[in-house]
Design a protein around this ligand. Structure first.
Ligand code: GLA
Length: 696
C-alpha cells in the first residue's frame, strides 16, 4: 500500500507489519523519514516537520538523511551516485514527477546539465522493500560516465550503537555468521571477482538492541546481483548509519551512457523485522518464495550427483550402474557431473566443447538419459559454459574469446580461462551449444557451474570504461532466461565451486543452488545455519556423501547423521553407491522415504532455527499447517551431562501434537516452554521428529 501526504511530497509505503516513508523538501532534497514498524500517514507527516539539530559548519545537514545521496553539493558521505561528463562531475537534480504503478512508486528527477533522468523505484513486497534506480540519458550532449550507481541507500533510525551481522566464508566454508559492533567509518564487503563470491553472501543485518533469534528489531538488506558488487555500511560522525550497495566493487561497474541509452541497477531489497533474526529469515524466505524463485511452490526432487563418486573417471555403463542403485534408493533425479563432454578426462582439457565425449558416450547422452528415465528418474547434467580450457577446440579456434589484456599473461585457475560473455559471438556460441545439447537428449536438469574468478578482465580493442564486468552478468542472465523459455521443462541449479554464486538475482532464474562443496555433515550444519538467515530450505541443496568424507576432511560419521544433516534442505545423495554395502543401501532407502514424507514441510514450511550448531545439540524446525518437523543433531555429549531439551517455536500453545511413529501426544505449551527430550546421546547422533497437530 502506498499513501501520499504532505501536499504530495510525502510517500508512505506499508506492508503487513512495517512502513517506509520519505519526503521531498522544497529544495527537491529527497529525505528519509521512517523505516520500521507500521505507521500512519499522520505519523510520517509529524516526522516530516520535526526540527533537525543544527549541523556545524563542518558537517552537512543532509548527510545520513537522504534517500539517495549523489555526488556533488553539500555532502561528505559516500555517494550512491557518481557521474561525470568531460567537463562536469556530480549531480544536481530537480524533481520531475512521482508515478504510482501497480504498487510501485517511481520518483523521477532530472539533471539538465548532464541531460540525465534519474528514477528511484520503490515496491513493497510483503515487508520487503525492493529498490532500484534507472538512469536515462535524455540529452544530446556527451555520453555520461557512470562511475558508480548504487541500487539504493538505506537509512537506519538513530540508536546508541549498532551491531553488524554478515555471512562470510571461502570455498568449502561459505555463509558463516559473524557479528561485530559497528564502528565509526565504513565497513565494506563485496566481490571483486566477477561472481557473487564465496566470501560473503550479498546480505547484511543490523540490530541495535541485542536482537536474538526470536526477539528484537533487525534491519537487513540483500542485493540481487551475480557479478562484482559492494555493500558499504557507514557510521557517520553524528552516529547516523547508512548503507549503500550495488554492482561493481572498485571501478569495475562503470558504464558509459550515450544519449538515448539507459542503465538500470539490480534490486537491493531491505527488510525490517521485529521478530529477531528468525523472524527476519522467515520474512526473507516468504518474499523469495512468492516473488523471486521460479515455481517455488513445487518441491524439488531427491537427486543423485556423480561428482564425489566418480570424479573425472566416468563412463556410460558405470553411470548406469550408479543410476540403478540410486533408483533403488528412491532417488528421483540422476545427475552426471563433470567429464561427460569433449576431451574432459581431467581438469586440464575440454571445457568449452559441449558435445558428449565419443569414447565415453558413443551414442551421445540420449541412451543413458533414456535408461535413467526407464528407471523412473529424471536425468541431469553438469555444465560450466562461461569457461574454457586452453586445451580445447573452442580455445584453439577462438583464443581471442577469453577475457585478457594484450601482451599480458592469461592467468589460469584450475587450468581454465574465462570467456568474454560481453561478446555477442560468445553469447551466440553458448546459446547454440546449450540449446543443441538440451535438444539432443531428454535432459531435465542442468547444474550450471562457474569455477574461477575474473582476473584479467580485459577486452582488447574496446574503449574504457569497458562493459565487460556488468555485461557478463547480463549475458549470463539472458542466456539462462532464453534456455528456460525454450526448454521450460529443464530445471537449473546455480553452482560456483559450491556456494560462489548465490544471490537474489540468480535465484530469480534458477530452481536451487549448490550450497557448498563441503559435504561434511557437521561443517554443513554451520554453513546451512548461516545460509537460512537469507535463503529458504527450498533452494538449499545438500548431499549425503561417503564416510570418511572424501571432499574435505576425512571425518567419519554415521549414515544417520549424514542424512539428517542433508534432509534440512533439498536432499541429494553424492556418495559412491557402488561401494556402499547392501545394509547401507537399505538404510539409505528408508531415509529417502522418510525425507519424501517430510519434504513438503521442510521445503515449503516456515523455518525456525531452534538451537545453533555450536558443538553440542542443535536443531531446526519446520512448520506447515498442522505438520511440524524437528531435525536435531548432537555433535558431542560431554561429561555425561543430560542432553538439553529442544524447545519448539511457532506452534500453538493450546493445541496438542501427536509425535508420529510413537503413541505420544505432546501439549503445545509444554513443547514451547519446556521442550522435547530428543533421546539423542553420544557423538554424532541425529534424529527426525514429526508432529501432527491433533484436531478435536
Ligand atoms: C565444482 C562443483 C562441484 C563439481 C566440480 C566439477 O567444484 O562445485 O560440485 O561439479 O566443480 O568439476
Amino acid at each position: 500500500m502506498i499513501e501520499v501526504g504532505g501536499d504530495g511530497r510525502i510517500w508512505l509505503l506499508s506492508g503487513p507489519t512495517s512502513s517506509y516513508a520519505l519526503m521531498l523538501t522544497e529544495r527537491d532534497e529527497l529525505l528519509h523519514l521512517h523505516w520500521g514498524p507500521r505507521i500512519a500517514l499522520a505519523d510520517a507527516e509529524a516526522l516530516a516537520v520535526q526540527p533537525e539539530p543544527a549541523a556545524s559548519g563542518f558537517e552537512s545537514p543532509l548527510d545520513g538523511r537522504e534517500e539517495y545521496p549523489v555526488e556533488g553539493g553539500p555532502r561528505f558521505v559516500r555517494p550512491a551516485l557518481s557521474v561525470r561528463t568531460p567537463e562536469v562531475r556530480g549531480t544536481e537534480w530537480r524533481f520531475a514527477q512521482a508515478v504510482q504503478d501497480d504498487g510501485v512508486l517511481k520518483l523521477g528527477f532530472t539533471d539538465d546539465v548532464h541531460g540525465l533522468r534519474i528514477t528511484l523505484r520503490y515496491a513493497m513486497r510483503g515487508d520487503v522493500v525492493e529498490r532500484d534506480v534507472e538512469l536515462v540519458h535524455e540529452g544530446e550532449g556527451p555520453a555520461v560516465e557512470i562511475l558508480r550507481a548504487d541500487s539504493a541507500a538505506w537509512t537506519l533510525p538513530e540508536r546508541d550503537a549498532w551491531r553488524l551481522t554478515q555471512l562470510h566464508g571461502r570455498w568449502a566454508a561459505e555463509s558463516r555468521i559473524e557479528q561485530v559492533p559497528l564502528a565509526y567509518g565504513e565497513h565494506v564487503i563485496g566481490s571483486r571477482r566477477g561472481h557473487t563470491g564465496h566470501q560473503y553472501l550479498p546480505w547484511v543485518a543490523l540490530d541495535a538492541d541485542g536482537a536474538g533469534e526470536e526477539q528484537g528489531e533487525v534491519y537487513s538488506c540483500a542485493l540481487g546481483w551475480s557479478g562484482a558488487w559492494r555493500i558499504a555500511v557507514q557510521k557517520l560522525p553524528r552516529g547516523l548509519v547508512q548503507l549503500t550497495g550495488g554492482t561493481g566493487h572498485d571501478d569495475s561497474g562503470q558504464v558509459l551512457l550515450a544519449p538515448g541509452r539507459s542503465w538500470r541497477t539490480p534490486v537491493f531489497a531491505g527488510l525490517w523485522s521485529d521478530g529477531g533474526f528468525g523472524g527476519a529469515s522467515r520474512a526473507w524466505h516468504a518474499y523469495q518464495m512468492e516473488h523471486v524463485i521460479p515455481d517455488a511452490d513445487r518441491v524439488r526432487p531427491v537427486l543423485f550427483n556423480s561428482w564425489e563418486a566418480t570424479g573425472f573417471d566416468i563412463s556410460a555403463p558405470q553411470q548406469l550402474e550408479l543410476a540403478r542403485r540410486a533408483a533403488e534408493m528412491g532417488v528421483e533425479l540422476f545427475v552426471v557431473d563433470d567429464a561427460w563432454f569433449g576431451a574432459r578426462v581431467g581438469d586440464r582439457a575440454g571445457l568449452g566443447d559441449w558435445a558428449p565425449n565419443p569414447d565415453r558416450f558413443p551414442g551421445g547422452l540420449k541412451p543413458l538419459a533414456d535408461d535413467v528415465h526407464a528407471l523412473g528418474m529424471q536425468f541431469g547434467i553438469w555444465v560450466e559454459p562461461e569457461m574454457v580450457n586452453a586445451d580445447s577446440d573452442l580455445y584453439r579456434s577462438h583464443p581471442d574469446w577469453v577475457q585478457h589484456h594484450p601482451g599480458r599473461t592469461r592467468t589460469e585457475f584450475r587450468h581454465q580461462l574465462v570467456l568474454n560473455l560481453a561478446r555477442e559471438d560468445v553469447q551466440e556460441y553458448l546459446w547454440e551449444q546449450l540449446h543443441t545439447l538440451l535438444s539432443s537428449a531428454p535432459i531435465d536438469y542442468v547444474k550450471w557451474d562457474f569455477n574461477r574468478c575474473f582476473t584479467d578482465a580485459g577486452w582488447p580493442g574496446e574503449a574504457y570504461p569497458q562493459k565487460l564486468w556488468n555485461e557478463h552478468v547480463h549475458a549470463f542472465y539472458r542466456l539462462l532466461d532464453r534456455l528456460r523459455a525454450t526448454h521450460p521443462g529443464v530445471a537449473f541449479e546455480s553452482c560456483s565451486g559450491g556456494g560462489g554464486r548465490i544471490d537474489l538475482g540468480v535465484l530469480s532464474r534458477t530452481d536451487q543452488v549448490w550450497t557448498s562443496d563441503n559435504t561434511d555433515p557437521l561443517d554443513r550444519l554451520g554453513i546451512q545455519h548461516g545460509f537460512t538467515h537469507v535463503h529458504p530450505a527450498r533452494v538449499m541443496a545438500a548431499w549425503v556423501t561417503d564416510s570418511p568424507n572424501v571432499q574435505l576432511n576425512g571425518r567419519v560419521s554415521s549414515l544417520r547423521f549424514r542424512f539428517v544433516s542433508a534432509m534440512a534442505g533439498v536432499l541429494g545423495v553424492g556418495g559412491d553407491l557402488a561401494a556402499w554395502t547392501r545394509q547401507e543401501l537399505d538404510e539409505a532407502r528408508s531415509w529417502v522415504a522418510l525425507y519424501k514424507e517430510i519434504r513438503d514441510t521442510v521445503q515449503l514450511g516456515e523455518l525456525h532455527r531452534l538451537r545453533a550448531p555450536r558443538g553440542g545439540l542443535s536443531a531446526v524446525q519446520y512448520v506447515r499447517g498442522d505438520e511440524v518437523v524437528v531435525l536435531a543433531w548432537l555433535q558431542a555429549q560431554r561429561y555425561g551431562e543430560p542432553v538439553a531439551r529442544v524447545r519448539l517455536h511457532g506452534i500453538a500453545a493450546d493445541a496438542s501434537y501427536e509425535l508420529l511413529g510413537t503413541d505420544e501426544v505432546h501439549r503445545g505449551s509444554v513443547l514451547l516452554h519446556h521442550g522435547l527430550r530428543t533421546g539423542l546421546k553420544g557423538d554424532f547422533d541425529a534424529g527426525v521428529y514429526r508432529f501432527r497437530r491433533v484436531r478435536p
